[in-house]
Design a binder for this molecule. Structure first.
Ligand SMILES: Cc1cc2nc3c(=O)[nH]c(=O)nc-3n(C[C@H](O)[C@H](O)[C@H](O)COP(=O)(O)OP(=O)(O)OC[C@H]3O[C@@H](n4cnc5c(N)ncnc54)[C@H](O)[C@@H]3O)c2cc1C
Ligand code: FES
Ligand code: FES
Length: 467
C-alpha cells in the first residue's frame, strides 16, 4: 500500500517514498516545497513547523516536520506555508499580520512562526498573552525580536476564522504501508498491535516519534519494519472512574492535558514545560515511559502518584507498579512480546497533596537536570504517608526511600521538610554531566523539600539552603 495523504488540499499517493523518510525531507526534496525550513532537524527551533489534521480527527495541530515520518502522514491532512494564501495572492490572516507588524527580517524562521500561529488561530482556545507565548515557545527567531511577532499573533488571532476554516478531507489510513523492502505497520487495534510485535520483535514501536524520530532524521538509521501505535483504538482511550485516571499509551500530551489539569494541576504545569506545543501535539506519556530515560519528566511524577502500568502481550495482560518497570539504565520490565497499553493514575484522596518541580537551565523547551515529585498525606498536621520520586538523580527514575522515612510520622513543618531533604544523599549518588554537576543535583533536590513546604504553606520566596 502507498502512503495516502492530502497536501495543501491535493490528494497524494506516494508509492516509492520510504515511510521513515522525514516529512521535512519529503517536502523540500521531493515535493519541492521549500518554504518549510530546516534549522536544527531535532525539534528545537520550529523552522520546520507545519500543520497537520491527524487521521480520523478534526484537530488542527502544529508539528515539527523534521521529526515526523512519512508513514505517520498516512491518512492525514497536511498544510505547509505554501498552502495558506489565496490563488490571487491574497495573504492569509497570520501572514498579513506578520507583514503589517514587521514581524520578519531575514525570514528564515518566519514560515515556522506563521504555521504555529495558523494552528493557534484555528484552535478553540481563548487566546491570551500566555497562550500566545506558549504557542510560540517552540519557535526561535534570531533577528526580528519577539515583540513584533507577538503583536502579529494578537492581530491575527483577533480576526474570526470564518470561511478560512480548513476543509478536512475524509482520507483514511491503511493498516500497513509497504515500500521496497520496508514495512510500516499501523494496526488499528490492540490484538493486531501485539500480533505485529510478536511477528517483528526487533521492530521499533513508534508513537509520536519525538524521541524515535531523531534516529531517522539525525542518526539516519533505517529499519525494515516499524510498528506505529497511534492508530490503535485502545491506546487512544482516556478513562476516568472514582479512583483513577487511565491514559492510553498513544494519547498525546495535548489530548490529555485538560484532564490532568483538573486532577493534578502541578503535574499539568510540568507537562506544559515538556518540549514545545509542536512536541506535545504528537509526544505521548507512553513514549516518555517507553523511552526509559533517567531524565524523562513524567515518570517521577507518575511514580509519586503511585501509577500502575498496564502491559499487553501475546501471553495476556498484566498490571505492574510503574516504579518496578524501570530496572536499570534504559532497561525495563517490558518483554519482547509486550507493549505498554495504558498508565493508571490514582486520584488524590482527602488529605493528599501533590507537587512536582522541573529544574532546567531554561524555563521552556529544555531537558531537566532534576525533576522532584511529592505526594504527601497530611492528617491533623502530621505526615502519615509520603511518596517522593526524582528524575535525573540516578540511572532510572526512582523513589527517595530515606527522605520518605524521614518525613513519615513528623509534624509537617519547614524544619521537618529540611530534615527530609538532608536525607537525599542517602538515596542518591547522581552523576556529573553537561546538564548539571552531581553536587548541584544533590543540593537542588534537597532544596526542593523547602520549596515544597513553602509552596504548600502559600509562601513564594525560596531561600537557598546550605547542605
Ligand atoms: C525538542 C524536544 C524536546 C523534548 N523535551 C522533553 C522534555 O522537556 N521532557 C521530556 O521528558 N521529554 C522531552 N522530549 C522527549 C520526548 O518528547 C518525550 O519522551 C515524549 O514523551 C516521547 O513520546 P513519543 O510518543 O514521541 O515517543 P516515541 O518517540 O514514539 O517513542 C519513544 C520510545 O518509547 C517506545 N514506545 C512508544 N510507545 C510504546 C508502547 N506503547 N509500548 C512500549 N514502548 C513504546 C518507543 O519504541 C521508543 O523507544 C523532547 C524531545 C524533543 C525532540
Ligand atoms: S528543523 Fe528545527 S525544529 Fe525542525
Ligand atoms: S527573522 Fe531572522 S531568524 Fe527570525
Amino acid at each position: 500500500m502507498a502512503i495516502n495523504f492530502v497536501l495543501n488540499g491535493e490528494t497524494r499517493s506516494e508509492e516509492t517514498v520510504s515511510p521513515t523518510r522525514t516529512v521535512l525531507e519529503y517536502l523540500r526534496e521531493d515535493a519541492r516545497l521549500t518554504g518549510t525550513k530546516e534549522g536544527c532537524a531535532e525539534g528545537d527551533c520550529g523552522a520546520c513547523t507545519v500543520v497537520m489534521v491527524r487521521n480520523g480527527t478534526d484537530e488542527t495541530v502544529a508539528v515539527n516536520s523534521c521529526l515526523l515520518t512519512m508513514g505517520q502522514l498516512d491518512g492525514a491532512d497536511l498544510v505547509t506555508v505554501e498552502g495558506l494564501s489565496e490563488e490571487d495572492g491574497t495573504l492569509e490572516a497570520v501572514q498579513q499580520a506578520v507583514v503589517d507588524e514587521d514581524g520578519t527580517q531575514c525570514g528564515f524562521c518566519t514560515p515556522g512562526f506563521v504555521m504555529a500561529l495558523h494552528a493557534l488561530r484555528r484552535s478553540d482556545e481563548t487566546v491570551t498573552e500566555d497562550v500566545i507565548h506558549d504557542a510560540l515557545a517552540g519557535n526561535l527567531c534570531r533577528c526580528t525580536g519577539y515583540r513584533s511577532i507577538v503583536a502579529a499573533a494578537r492581530a491575527a488571532c483577533a480576526q474570526p476564522v470564518g470561511d478560512d476554516a480548513l476543509d478536512v478531507s475524509d482520507i483514511t489510513a491503511s493498516e500497513h504501508v509497504s515500500v521496497d523492502d520496508q514495512l510500516f505497520l499501523a494496526p488499528a487495534n490492540l490484538a493486531d498491535l501485539v500480533a505485529s510485535r510478536v511477528a517483528h520483535p526487533d521492530a521499533p514501536l513508534l508513537s509520536g516519534g519525538t524521541d524515535l524520530g531523531l534516529r531517522f532524521s539525525k542518526e539516519r538509521e533505517s529499519y525494515p519494519v516499524v510498528i506505529f501505535t497511534q492508530n490503535v483504538a485502545e491506546l487512544k482511550q482516556v478513562a476516568e472512574d472514582d479512583a483513577a485516571l487511565t491514559i492510553g499509551a498513544a494519547v498525546t500530551y495535548t489530548e490529555v492535558l485538560a484532564r490532568i489539569e483538573d486532577l493534578y494541576p502541578s503535574f499539568a504545569t510540568l507537562i506544559h514545560r515538556i518540549g514545545s506545543r509542536q512536541i506535545r501535539n504528537v509526544g505521548t506519556i507512553g513514549g516518555n515511559i517507553g523511552n526509559a530515560s533517567p531524565i524523562g519528566d513524567t515518570p517521577p511524577c507518575l511514580i509519586a502518584l503511585d501509577a500502575t502500568l498496564v502491559l499487553h502481550g501475546s501471553k495476556g495482560g498484566r498490571e505492574i507498579p510503574l516504579e518496578s518497570y524501570f530496572l536499570d539504565y534504559r532497561k525495563t520490565d517490558l518483554a519482547g512480546y509486550e507493549v505498554i497499553a495504558s498508565v493508571r493514575v490514582p486520584k488524590l484522596t482527602d488529605g493528599q497533596v501533590f507537587r512536582s518541580y522541573k529544574i532546567s537551565k531554561r524555563y521552556d523547551q529544555d531537558i531537566s537536570a532534576v525533576v522532584g515529585a511529592f505526594r504527601l498525606t497530611i492528617e491533623d498536621g502530621v505526615v502519615t504517608d509520603a511518596r517522593i520520586a526524582f528524575g535525573g538523580m540516578a540511572a532510572i527514575p526512582k523513589r527517595a526511600a530515606a527522605c520518605e522515612a524521614a518525613l513519615v510520622g513528623q509534624t509537617w513543618s519547614e524544619e521537618a521538610a529540611r530534615q527530609a531533604g538532608a536525607a537525599v544523599g542517602e538515596d542518591f549518588a547522581p552523576i556529573d554531566d553537561h546538564r548539571a554537576s552531581a553536587d548541584y543535583r544533590l543540593r537542588v533536590a534537597s532544596n526542593l523539600f523547602v520549596r515544597l513546604y513553602r509552596d504548600l504553606d502559600g509562601a513564594s520566596d525560596v531561600e537557598v539552603m546550605a547542605l
